[in-house]
Design a protein around this ligand. Structure first.
Ligand code: PAF
Length: 300
């Protein structure tokens, strides 16, 4: 496994690897797994999917300053390069790209990528500028690596929808591969930010997956019929935690992320996303479940 820190060296190495691979196959598939590091089993599942579907797997580790707001956790975002390298090696990654901030954003820079519409809701509403930071860095990574496939976790379902929209709108020649949410045994969705939670708040954070499971069951057995039923149920469940402060508990069409009006019936939609963002102390957690053609896609 090669650890590379500059764009020039990455391009050189990838060009060599592509040439070698071309001897064995007509088309060389480079799979990119973009991350901000502090890797967990959710990231490992992305690397596994990339390994299965690509000839060359590139993992990027870059805590991207421009997707953090001024009062967010850029400085304190957890980092552990040595452990990340061990995880990447165990998953059979070929190249780990770990650029510095100066390498990714040499000054002055005047170009950003902005997707409108779907970035204005949910996390986009509470984190202004966040998705511009994400789409800018992801398009830079796509230009640098030129992958055929890029792998993203569905825990950030809005991020997946935004990146798919960008790729579609800008005719980027890359397939976006969404991968299922990975959970702890007790249901907590894996996130690098879980490390911030005290034992008490971690226990309380279980209301997220419990609320989603309750919503899923109510849809399945038909006790939740309208968007309002889902919103009420989510608020009831999350309200059981003394420290939970809801940012949003929403149901919307996927991937447009158009919110459903309260009285709208769920069975009018083929593909729905129930999404949560909740603060426990200073830690903001997100989680979601997708319901497609009234069939639950991923079980909580
Ligand atoms: O999901 C993440 O970890 C980040 O938003 C990403 C896609 C690596 C861009 O910085």
């Amino acid at each position: 496994m090669k650890v590379i820190r500059t764009i020039t060296e990455l391009r050189r190495e990838l060009s060599l690897m592509r040439k070698k691979q071309a001897i064995h196959s007509e088309e060389t598939i480079v799979g990119l797994v973009p991350t901000m590091g502090y890797l967990h089993q959710g990231h490992a599942s992305l690397m596994k999917a990339a390994r299965e579907q690509s000839h060359i797997v590139v993992l990027s580790i870059f805590v991207n300053p421009i997707q953090f707001g001024p009062n967010e956790d850029f400085e304190s975002y957890p980092r552990d390069e040595q452990r990340d390298l061990e995880t990447a090696r165990a998953e059979g990654v070929d190249i780990v790209f770990i650029p510095s901030v100066e390498e990714m954003y040499p000054q002055p820079t005047q170009t950003t990528i902005a997707v409108s519409g779907i970035t204005e809701r949910l996390c986009g509403a509470s984190r202004p500028g966040h998705f511009n930071g994400v789409t800018t860095v992801v398009s830079k990574l796509f230009n640098i690596v030129q992958p055929q496939k890029a792998f993203f976790g569905m825990k950030d379902a809005q991020q997946v929808a935004v990146i798919e929209q960008m790729v579609h709108d800008l005719n980027m020649p890359v397939d976006i591969i969404p991968c299922p949410i990975v959970r702890e045994q007790d249901g907590l969705a894996l996130s690098s930010r879980n490390v911030y939670l005290s034992a008490e708040l971690r226990q309380e954070a279980l209301v997220l997956s419990q609320a989603l499971r309750a919503a899923q069951e109510s849809v399945e057995i038909g006790t939740a019929v309208t968007a309002k039923d889902i919103r009420r149920l989510l608020h009831e469940h999350i309200g059981k935690s003394a420290h939970a402060v809801i940012d949003y508990a929403e149901i919307q069409a996927f991937p447009s992320l158009e919110p459903l009006a309260d009285q709208e019936e769920l069975n009018a939609y083929d593909d729905l996303l129930i999404a949560l963002a909740v603060k426990f102390g200073k830690t903001r957690l997100i989680d979601n479940i997708r319901i497609q053609k009234m069939e639950v896609l991923s079980h909580v």
